[in-house]
Design a protein around this ligand. Structure first.
Ligand code: HEM
Ligand code: HEM
Length: 152
């Protein structure tokens, strides 16, 4: 592969992940509204049901899951293309960890739909951890972008 192409690919992953951060925030808002639809007062519920928040959250969450898996694999692929190796550091390990956590959270969906409270709590807890790690991952990711620009 031409070197210039491999180098420019370095910026695809950060851009994709920035979009994913926004998408995850959107999924979170939909999830909170889905919860309110379940637990609100009868008048609130009547209004909120029209928003179909649970269904929209499921769809947005599934998209977030897919993009996170592909984005992580892509980040590793581009790192390997440019360096002939991976850097076993915080950004790699936290990234793999986040991808594992969100996959488990998504796998709880069938149980949540059967009304399993433990699955619901685990889903929210796991994904809140993912969101927190995402902020941290953005900081370490931007540091890597800084390093790459420094080499250019
Ligand atoms: C906006 C946030 C992020 C920024 C700015 C960022 C930036 C970067 C950069 C510059 C690289 C070097 C390779 C490349 O450019 O393709 C990289 C690698 C990587 N990123 Fe990210 N990233 C972000 C978010 C994430 C997230 C959310 C994940 C996973 C959930 C992730 C997982 C990875 C992995 C696994 C690598 C390969 C690291 C290695 O093998 O050394 N990144 N990231
Ligand atoms: C950005 C990551 C995510 C966050 C922050 C998040 C957060 C939430 C929250 C707060 C709820 C409401 C829980 C309650 O009603 O008490 C929820 C419910 C749910 N989530 Fe997620 N979620 C995320 C990703 C996903 C993914 C990846 C899937 C599946 C592919 C998914 C599927 C569901 C389902 C099926 C429900 C139950 C909706 C219902 O019928 O009430 N979520 N989520």
């Amino acid at each position: 592969m031409p070197e210039a192409l491999a180098f420019n690919l370095n910026f695809l992953h950060p851009l994709l992940m920035a979009v994913l951060l926004a998408g995850s925030g959107y999924a979170l808002v939909l999830g909170i509204r889905a919860k309110k639809t379940r637990t609100g007062t009868p008048e609130q519920r009547k209004e909120l049901i029209k928003g179909r928040y649970a269904q929209r959250h499921y769809l947005a969450g599934s998209a977030v899951l897919a993009v996170m898996v592909l984005g992580t694999l892509g980040g590793m692929a581009v790192t390997f293309l440019n360096n002939g190796k991976l850097f076993v550091g915080p950004h790699l390990l936290v990234g793999l960890g986040m991808t594992g956590l969100i996959a488990i959270a998504a796998a709880l969906a069938p149980l949540m739909q059967r009304g399993n409270e433990l699955a619901r709590k685990a889903h929210v807890g796991l994904n809140m951890l993912v969101m927190t790690l995402f902020l941290w991952q953005t900081v370490s990711g931007l540091q890597i972008v800084g390093k790459i620009l420094g080499q250019a």
